[in-house]
Design a binder for this molecule. Sequence first.
Ligand code: MN
Length: 444
Amino acid sequence: MSELNRTHNPLARSWVASANVAGTDFPIQNLPFAVFKPKDSDQDMRGGVAIGDQVLDLKALAASGCLADTGLAQKALEAAAQPCLNTFMAMGPQAWQALRHALFDLLEQSTSPALQARVQVCLVSQSLVEYGLPARIGDYTDFYTSIYHATNVGKLFRPDNPLMPNYRWLPIGYHGRASSVLVSGHDFHRPAGQILPPGQTEPVFSACKRLDWELELGVFIGKGNALGHAISLDAAEDHVFGICLLNDWSARDIQAWEYQPLGPFLAKNFATTISPWVVTMEALAPYRTAMERPDHKQDDVAYLKSEHNSQQGALDIQLRIGLRSESMRAAKTDTHWVCQTSYRHAYWTLAQMVAHHTVSGCNLQAGDLLGTGTLSGPTLDQAGALLELTEGGKVPLTLPDGQQRTFLQDGDDVTMQGWCEKAGAARIGFGECRATVLPALFQK
Ligand code: MN
């Protein structure tokens, strides 16, 4: 499903003018999926596809009959029109492709004026909608696939032993919390919990003082697997519906006290923010690239190793994250970007995450969410968490108005963006993933 086809043609244009504007995240080659409804309405959520600055309302399109004689594409459209995308995700790559290609044809500039008019009435301005979570997320698992992040953080916690010996052999992960996954724009309260003050032997209960972000991608599982039946590496991407932006908010002081011996718990379970738009694997096909490991390790265990995965398993997705404090917003100062990196630096690919997750026989289900882990690149300005950027809180960042930050303060607004861009392919983007830190509800 990763071959290039007519939907990737960089010269293709849409009759929706905003989709042809240079730099748009949503040209006709992208066509990502979300769930939305008219802003402040009591209508039901329904599936939508981004085109330029518009959303194509899939519920309205399904009712219009424009795809009525297309068979699989119409079936896929009816599933994607529902208030969450789980049924559509479970249909698998042939259905996803049938709908993508049918939507491409409807939106392409040579579409007949009569058909354009029928589709036009299904478009809604993105400025007039609010988004929901793309799927009912049954389970959420967060990985740790950047060796740069693992090493930077390991140095802070264990200076003499930063990288555990298992790191180069398996994609490390933990089972996270699905109930607190929020869609972009939903603010959250600073967590409180047990913290061990420096030099003390007993913890105190306190609002988190070391609140951090983690720059990640989220992976939505499409068709699941039966319990007991692992997904092979080369079949893994047939089970992946698409990718969104993900911010895994982290309470570093709570984490430091609780994480041994079983790993993260309350330091991670209070909020995770994802972008509303899910970019499909087919849309990302032009941006596949070879795995890029700094240690050039190739002798993976057999179930994590294939020629295709080594040559094409990575994705060159550009990512950046930035901060806008309350006073910056009051002064109308734009977001201050503090990190830019690419997903291609990950040590483990998305297919390896899926193969490893299921090698025990664990069953993934449609709508499950996998986080890649913090995607730090090789240099410090590509570090995806404040913990790394500030060297454990020792070297503050300076904001444009002179304020300093080691960790997040109340009122700080954090935005992530993602996009893919290269010569010979259409630029596509992920939109944004944004939320503001509200004060803790439990103070002591
Ligand atoms: Mn994480």
